[in-house]
Ligand binder design. Structure first.
Ligand code: NAD
Length: 499
């Protein structure tokens, strides 16, 4: 059995704890590796040497650090296919989707190539008589990134790019279900010129995370994962005096107005609801058609599109639309939630349970399901299913549909499909959600904007990537300087006795 260790001080090292988590190939259901779970001692060693390495890295001028990002970006492009395969074999997503996972992370590295511009301070000359005022942004020191399973390349890159280019060292604790991509990215960062110790990949579970949260050297924690863990990490990090930005789960709604192009809306819903088996924090999991006529017509358009989706392993060819879910437990939980939807009175229009794929009978596959007549009180509405299940909640009016989104406890992403600019503007202005799409189902902002939800989808301040990330990973120091009048007579050419 392959054993996966850690990346410490520029080398792969074996774990010493004797504790492991299991890494599956979700398509076959086979156990493919064991990943070591770090002991507190291993974590402490990684943090100690990161703290030493950070001093020289912070003193390296910003443009030189940016050049490491340039090379890193180049190499990620060069290794794109290899990285995509690493993502696919542990996560299960299709190869084109895995390439997208790497690509959306790479785009954040591209912005980090311009980090010096993001790190510039402010300056006011003559703020008073002989007084200048200026501020500088300085790195925090050692920071941590704790990432989820669903984007094995993108989210670690979102964390490491801004943190490292700002002059910090990072302890990255990737999801124990998909550890290999982060380890490979660390190796590639070294090839790009990142000094050893500046990026440490420490694999682990709750015990390791708690060690990070309680370690006094760690200054900030950037977390992405489920809402209960995000809230827990935020509270514990804050109690220990650390900065924390913790991004959580989601329940993203898409409104379909009567004037929307229903073919486009149906295509968008199928892509956003079932892509990556619905395991995206920006997946649309709730369709909200306005008016019964819109709802009936939409469902009619969705059914054939959903029924022809091809589910399969990432090796299954170009026509595979999505792959398995991450674990057997996830598969059982999703099927159980579909069952609960039926029991609680929703109409199951397309049933994705009991999908079997020849040759992959033990894979963690779940077929696509579509529900109609879902109501607010049902578990399939209240819970984040994180699987290929699209629920339809019918709304009588635009205001009802808007209020459904406003009342939902999550606020990551949302979308509206309409031909009316006035409705779209009203929706974007009034909805209490962090990322809004107008005729655009998955509005993940480009890397020079920032990413973050509202309500229970994010705890803490400042978004991920873009200018906010540089604020999160730096401290501001403001200097007020006064210079009293000095010698102004100019150069003295004669030898002069000192007074
Ligand atoms: P998760 O919360 O189970 O795990 C995330 C990380 O937290 C992992 O590294 C894991 O090892 C660690 N962890 C798990 N349990 C812990 C505990 N009790 N104490 C301390 N650390 C713990 O999430 P996941 O299943 O890997 O990812 C899926 C979730 O992430 C979904 O809810 C999804 O919506 C969310 N997500 C959110 C965003 C966003 O930006 N808002 C992006 C991607 C995924």
């Amino acid at each position: 059995m392959k054993e996966i260790g850690h990346w410490i001080n520029g080398k792969m090292v074996a774990g010493k704890s004797g504790r492991f988590a299991e890494v599956y190939n979700p398509a076959t259901g086979e156990l493919q590796a064991k990943v070591a779970l770090a002991t507190p001692e291993e974590l402490n060693e990684a943090i100690d040497s990161a703290a030493k390495a950070q001093v020289a890295w912070a003193a390296t001028n910003p443009q030189r650090r940016a050049r490491v990002m340039m090379k890193f970006g180049d190499l990620i492009n060069q290794y794109m296919d290899e990285l995509a395969e690493l993502v696919a074999v542990e996560h299960g997503k299709t190869l084109p989707d895995a390439r997208g996972d790497v690509q959306r992370g790479l785009e954040v590295i591209e912005v980090c190539m311009g980090a010096p511009a993001m790190l510039k301070g402010e300056y006011t000359g003559e703020a008073g008589p002989g007084i200048d005022l200026y501020s500088m942004r300085q790195p925090l020191g050692v920071v941590a990134g704790i990432t989820p399973f669903n984007f094995p390349a993108m989210i670690p890159l979102w964390k490491m790019g801004p943190a490292l280019s700002a002059g910090n060292a990072m302890i990255l604790k990737p999801s124990e279900r998909v550890p290999s991509t982060s380890l490979r990215l660390a190796e590639i960062a070294q090839e790009a010129g990142l000094p050893d110790g500046v990026l440490q990949v420490v694999n682990g579970d709750k015990e390791t995370v708690d060690g990070i949260l309680d370690h006094e050297v760690v200054q900030a924690v950037g977390f992405v994962g489920s809402t209960p863990i995000a809230q827990y990490i935020y509270a514990r990090a804050a109690a220990n005096g650390k900065r924390a930005q913790c991004f959580g789960g989601a329940k993203n709604h898409m409104l379909i107005m009567p004037d929307a192009d229903l073919d486009k809306a149906a295509d968008a819903l199928v892509g956003a609801g079932f892509g990556a088996a619905g395991e995206r924090c920006m997946a649309i999991s709730v369709a909200v058609p306005v008016g019964d006529e819109t709802a009936d017509a939409l469902i009619e358009k969705l059914i054939p599109r959903i029924e022809k989706l091809k589910v399969g392993p990432y090796t299954g060819g170009d026509d595979v639309d999505f792959g398995p879910v991450i674990t057997k437990q996830a598969q059982e939980r999703i099927n159980g939630l579909v069952e609960s939807g039926v029991e609680q009175g929703a109409k199951l229009v397309v049933d994705g349970r009991n999908l079997k794929i020849q040759g992959y009978e033990n894979g963690f596959f779940v077929g696509p399901s579509l529900f109609d007549n879902v109501t607010r009180d049902m578990d399939i509405y209240k819970q984040e299913i994180f699987g290929p299940v699209l629920s339809t909640v019918r709304a009588k009016t635009y205001e009802d549909a808007l209020n459904l989104v406003i009342d939902n406890e999550y606020g990551n992403g949302t979308a509206i499909f309409t031909a009316d600019g006035d409705t779209a503007r009203d929706f974007a202005s009034r909805v209490n959600v962090g990322m809004v799409g107008i005729n655009f189902p998955i509005p993940v902002p480009l890397s020079y904007y920032t990413f973050g939800g509202w309500k229970k989808s994010a705890f803490g301040d400042l978004n991920q990537y873009g200018p906010d990330a540089f604020r999160f990973y730096t401290k501001t120091k403001t200097v007020t300087a006064r210079w009293f009048s000095g010698i102004k007579e100019g150069a003295a050419l004669n030898f002069k006795a000192l007074d």
